[in-house]
Design a protein around this ligand. Sequence first.
Ligand code: HEC
Ligand code: HEC
Length: 343
Amino acid sequence: MFFKKEISSIFFGIKIICSVLILLTLLTLSIYTGFLHFNFTVLPSGDLLEINNEYDVTFLEESAKSKLVKYGFDLFQSTPKHIGRHIDRLDKRFSGNDLSCTNCHLLAGTKPFAASLVGVVNRFPQYRGRENQMGSIQARINGCMERSMNGSILPADSREMTALVAYLEWIGRNAPKDGKVLGQGFMQINLPNRAVDLENGRAVYKGQCVLCHGSEGKGIKEANAKVYEYPPLWGPDSYNNGAGMSRVITAAQFIKGNMPYGVTYETPILSDEDAYDVAGYINQQKRPIKVNLEFDFPDLKLKPVSTPYPPYIDAFSISQHQLGPFQPIIAYYKQKFNLTKKK
Ligand code: HEC
Ligand code: HEC
């Protein structure tokens, strides 16, 4: 037995539910048809990011040379499977973390402004400030082995080093003689003329990065998988404090042109401010410490301004080298040594 009052409140409830359903349908329809647009985090989607046919090793014919190139490609894409710290062969454990080269040199080293390695072999040997001498491509790869991979060097005559170089030569086979191609290094940003805002960095991390890299920056590895699906940004399995990515300017430039995953240098989502703040935030978290960093840059005036570890040949604090503002430091080197510093 219902009373009139109850019946009318049931009808009221039904009306509310129907209106909500209609509204939801309209909202979904307008998003699908593109009438309404939200700036959701871009999720990995095959057609956004795909290795170009020109760099697809599966098209290679069968030969000893191709086998080496393919091994180099696999090493680049799934580094921990071949030289990781958990593999059975003790003599092949060269990496100190489970990152893969492609985690930073995206699309197997071919994505513009993700430190693209197309043509890189032609750019070496090259003068290197960190060592203050001419360095070979092998020495440069080992720079990433000891820092980005927090590991040890690959012997120059090892099959792994030979394969990596063969792969890099192959992706650069159509590059000009001087190796200069669009997309070397990272995209430039306008550095905010202030220190990193760590609070904003944390907020950007929560809004744009946490989904894939996790609230503790540990990344995500699927059960039993050797390779990360989403790599860690800090903690014991990340790059160490001697790595290029640990410089806030370098990290900000990488992030601007490549993160959240799916963006390119032509379609960035983050403002320069947000990229700078989130880069500062992740680089303030704990990560492995490299030994012997005091021997880097024998000529200290060549040290990049955002190198996070001392010694420096200027009077700015460690904190200012880690978090800015960088304009005064850049101006100092210009005035004192006539050097134009970019990172
Ligand atoms: C949709 C998932 C996703 C989101 C969101 C995302 N990333 Fe990533 N990120 C990745 C993947 C995947 C890679 C490795 C790329 C590869 O292997 O192709 C990566 C690599 C990186 C790297 C270099 C590798 C490493 O482990 O150090 C950094 C730094 C990074 N991301 C920072 C960020 C920051 C900062 C944000 C937020 C602004 C962000 N990412 C948002 C998926 C994501
Ligand atoms: C944590 C990120 C990260 C990982 C992982 C990483 N690198 Fe790098 N690599 C960098 C950065 C940053 C640079 C410097 C780019 C710049 O300053 O323009 C760099 C530079 C290089 C260069 C010189 C590029 C040039 O244009 O002169 C080579 C070669 C290279 N890496 C090879 C490798 C190889 C091979 C691996 C895997 C064994 C690897 N890297 C893993 C971040 C990384």
